[in-house]
Design a protein around this ligand. Structure first.
Ligand code: UDX
Length: 460
């Protein structure tokens, strides 16, 4: 297996970059494909044989815009290779990137046991010097612990290979992952050796360093930057969702409030859209983990705690609003709801911690009949929502979902919902309620005038 060689004009030398990526989830797969697209030689490893089988054929295992072409291009050039063997991945890589999940553990903290197991295995299989880069979101102290575990393993084998560890958190957004990976907002490199920094600088030399800031820190700071960023964004959302509730009850309009606030450059209107609450694989998990880290270091994080609680309340409020509105005119047990959008956000098939689950469950528990449609999220929902699946009707289109429904509840703002023929949709419905939990149509009178229309944070 040959490495790809580059000529570095600055340093006047040839060098080869071979990257191993462990884990082919939303982060690892996109990162591996983009690095191969940059010309690096990338071996992606995952223990899931079925997944690797599909990836070897060039079939993307996740829905992520822009990913299939770079995946297929990487395979065709030979720069991207897939394996289920960790040993092979370690052997043929100079730098090994860990991109495996750190799910919420029983105590609310991130469970890093898989990361530690991989670290140990790297120490077992290493046959030369390695740089191990942690892209998984990991609590403070994990990178240092990984280094320790690999060193112990090398000592036990009585071999003297050099091992370096760096923490290089990933900030990509699902649905825009390829775009974000090609041009990240920043590159954070937490490491303790000059050599590791230089290798990462080489790896990322395709990034325009004039435009993309690079920040070099120690391990603990890099680890905390990731949690702090996600938690701050979650705080923004919970803040605006609480104000949306106030706006709604007090007769104000949250969208105008945000616009007014955002005119102050210190505040900015971005990431302040009121909605059904945040979801996904990161915010719910990372906010909880940060609170646990705070507790561990005796630093209670009141604001993050409040953001988590407000997010739970927001989902309950959405259900309550629908129930209160409908029950004042109808017998709930006779009503059918059509839910549009299951994924935690548009342009992804990911339903992890999606608000749709709690909202649908809340509606079912009130005796309503629920039909659902989502452009990409239904496959995962059918596989994982075992508790409620027997009570849900999955539909093949928006039209089927609306047919004979009394109300539509829009939970995820997929762009295609904007182009629906709403008059035709309405004609097949039994009643005409539209709960727009993402404020998608607040400014489109042609839609709102057709329905009893309810948005989030818009006073009636
Ligand atoms: C997030 C971070 O943005 C990203 O940097 C990190 O690497 C991973 O976590 P992601 O989970 O893909 O990315 O989604 P994001 O676009 O941040 O949205 C998260 C949730 O917040 C979604 O449920 C979304 O609907 C919600 N959201 C977002 C709002 O409710 N309002 C907003 O204004 C923005």
């Amino acid at each position: 297996m040959a490495a790809t060689f580059y000529f570095d004009l600055d340093k006047m030398r040839w060098f080869a970059l071979r990257i191993g990526v462990i884990g082919t989830g939303y982060v690892g797969l996109v990162y591996g494909a983009v690095m191969a697209d940059f010309g690096h030689y990338v071996t992606c490893m995952d223990k899931d044989e079925q997944k690797i089988g599909q990836l070897k054929l060039g079939n993307s295992t996740i829905y992520e815009p822009g990913l299939p072409p770079i995946l297929q291009y990487g395979l065709s050039t030979g720069n991207l290779y897939f394996t289920t063997s960790l040993e092979e991945c370690v052997k043929y890589s100079d730098m090994i990137v860990i991109a495996i999940g750190t799910p919420t553990g029983p105590d609310g903290n991130a469970d890093v046991s898989d990361v530690m197991t991989v670290a140990e295995e790297i120490g077992t299989f290493m046959l030369d010097n390695k740089l191990v880069v942690c892209k998984s979101t990991v609590p403070i102290g994990t990178s240092r612990k990984m280094l320790e575990i690999i060193e112990q393993q090398l000592q036990a084998r009585n071999v003297g290979y050099q091992i370096e560890v760096a923490c290089n958190p990933e900030f990509l957004r699902q649905g825009k992952a390829v775009e974000d990976c090609l041009s990240p907002s920043r590159v954070i490199i937490g490491t303790e050796t000059q050599h590791a920094r230089e290798v990462l600088q080489d790896i990322y030399r395709m990034y325009d360093q004039e435009k993309i800031p690079f920040l070099y820190t120690g391990y603990e700071t890099a680890e905390l930057i990731k949690y702090a960023s996600n938690s701050f964004l979650a705080v923004k959302i919970s803040f605006v969702n609480e104000l949306a509730w106030l706006s709604e009850t007090a007769g104000a309009n949250i969208q105008d409030v945000v616009m007014g606030m955002g005119l102050d450059a210190r505040i900015s209107p971005t990431f302040l859209e009121a909605g059904a609450g945040y979801g996904g694989s990161c915010f719910p998990k990372d906010t909880r983990a940060l609170v646990e880290t705070g507790a561990k270091y005796n630093a209670q994080l009141h604001i993050v705690e409040a953001a988590i609680a407000a997010n739970e309340t927001q989902k309950t409020r959405m259900v309550q609003k629908i129930i209160d509105t409908l029950s004042s005119h109808h017998d709930l047990s006779c009503l059918t709801i059509g839910v549009l959008g299951l994924s935690f956000k548009p342009e992804t098939d990911d339903i992890r911690s999606a608000p749709s689950y709690d909202i649908i469950k809340g509606l079912l528990d009130q005796g309503l009949t629920v039909k659902v449609y989502c452009p990409e999220g239904m496959r995962q929902a059918k596989l994982t929502w075992t508790e409620i699946n027997e009570r849900i009707f999955y539909c093949d289109s928006e039209a089927e979902c609306a047919d004979q429904a009394d109300a539509l509840v829009l939970i995820t703002e997929w762009g295609q919902f904007r182009n629906l023929e709403w008059t035709k949709i309405l004609a097949t419905m039994h009643n005409n309620y539209l709960f727009d939990l993402r404020n998608m149509f607040t400014r489109e009178n042609s839609v709102t005038e057709l329905f009893h229309y309810y948005a989030v944070g818009v006073g009636v």
